[in-house]
Design a protein around this ligand. Structure first.
Ligand SMILES: CC(C)(COP(=O)(O)OP(=O)(O)OC[C@H]1O[C@@H](n2cnc3c(N)ncnc32)[C@H](O)[C@@H]1OP(=O)(O)O)[C@@H](O)C(=O)NCCC(=O)NCCS
Length: 90
């Protein structure tokens, strides 16, 4: 369930390299969103994020990493787990 003004970015759009090795350090990464996930308004979801089934992303959250548990609420900047063992309905 998607609110408005949600951004989902699998790339940073510009490259970052290690100064010494010249290796690219900001690799593009897939984003995996489970079933029955509610994404709040103005959420920003960056490369590599994974959010599991029955979870919620709070309004204005900046989500930057994988969350391994189902049925959680993540929120804030950077998004952290604020509640666990939740269920939600439309
Ligand atoms: C994520 C959300 C559903 C959680 O609601 P909730 O379970 O009632 O959470 P609470 O209000 O009890 O907040 C719990 C804690 O998380 C914090 N928190 C809640 N939502 C937050 C958010 N979006 N960003 C940062 N922190 C948040 C609260 O400040 C509180 O912190 P504390 O424990 O330090 O006091 C709700 O806050 C939210 O973001 N709602 C907007 C959803 C939306 O966009 N709907 C679509 C409309 S079109």
């Amino acid at each position: 369930m998607l609110s408005y003004n949600i951004n989902v970015l699998t790339s940073d759009a510009h490259l970052i390299f290690d100064k010494n090795t010249k290796e690219k350090i900001n690799q593009n990464k897939d984003i995996i969103i489970g079933n029955h996930v509610w994404i709040g308004m103005n959420a920003m979801i960056l490369k590599g994020v994974e959010i599991k089934d029955n979870s919620i992303i709070g309004a204005y959250s900046l989500v930057t990493k994988k969350f391994c548990n189902e049925n959680i609420i993540v929120a804030g900047n950077p998004a952290k787990i604020i509640k666990e063992n939740i269920e939600w309905q439309r």
